[in-house]
Design a protein around this ligand. Structure first.
Ligand code: ATP
Ligand code: ZN
Length: 226
């Protein structure tokens, strides 16, 4: 366990879809920060709650390692890394504390437009490209489908056209990117949105009170938004 601290440290995305809405939500909770020159660390002014600006993929690990106390990240990233960590640790290393109502999307299987889609068993024996190997493998296993998972870190949607895969498993919001690549979503694996994530165990120092205060304000802010 990480040593006790007297300030709360929240990891948020440095740039990308969740960066601005995450900051805006925390600001609406009454938080303000003194901007540092490198823009990686923002020192909390109104409350002892600091921000660390990072890549979204790093957020679950930063929480699990105790480098950060909380994080704002997509459920898709949290769930994928939760499964990945199960291999070498016993229990979960982090948990979802609150859904935040932005960054909505779903992790879905998409197949070429020309496919006559009827049921998941059609995926048997195919190659499916994804950046979410754990979530995809778990779903395939649950369905009793043997398919090859092709791990790609980006540009998953062009894999079928390049002949790297037959189908894909990727994040979808409007579906425009899929359509532009002659693909259609046929099966949702996970409904996602940005969430507040925290460690699996409670804090035993002043951070517990800071977190309670933050959650109270967050719940108020989320109630007004909905
Ligand atoms: P980083 O540089 O931090 O790694 P990234 O490219 O991985 O950024 P973004 O594209 O900014 O991340 O997406 C961040 C999160 O936004 C996703 O993990 C997901 O939860 C959410 N999201 C919402 N809609 C979409 C979408 N259409 N495509 C991808 N992500 C989406
Ligand atoms: Zn990322």
């Amino acid at each position: 366990p990480a040593p006790g601290r007297d300030r709360l440290r929240i990891a948020i995305q440095k740039s990308g879809r969740l960066a601005e809405p995450a900051r805006a939500l925390l600001a609406s909770c009454g938080l303000s920060w003194r901007e540092s020159r490198d823009r990686l660390f923002c020192y909390g002014e109104s409350l002892p709650i600091d921000l660390l600006l990072v890549r979204d993929d790093d957020i679950p690990g930063l929480i699990a390692d105790g480098v950060c106390d909380l994080g704002i990240v997509g459920r898709n990233v949290l769930a994928e890394q939760d499964l990945a960590g199960r291999a070498d640790t016993d229990g979960p290393r982090f948990r979802e504390l609150r859904p935040l109502g932005f960054g909505g999307c779903r992790l879905a299987i998409a197949v070429p437009d020309a496919w006559q889609w009827r049921e998941p068993s059609q995926l048997a024996g195919t190659r499916i490209a994804t950046s979410y190997p754990q979530l995809l493998s778990q779903w395939l296993q649950g369905q009793g489908i043997a398919a090859q998972v092709v791990l790609l870190s980006g540009s998953v949607e062009i894999a079928p056209r390049l002949g790297q895969a037959d189908a894909i498993c990727d994040l979808v919001s409007s579906g425009a990117t899929l359509a532009a690549n002659q693909l259609k979503p046929v099966q949702t694996l996970l409904d996602s949105e940005a969430v507040l994530a925290g460690p699996a165990v409670d804090f035993d120092d002043v951070r517990a009170e800071l977190m309670e205060l933050l959650l109270r304000r967050l719940d108020g802010a989320l109630r007004i938004r909905r």
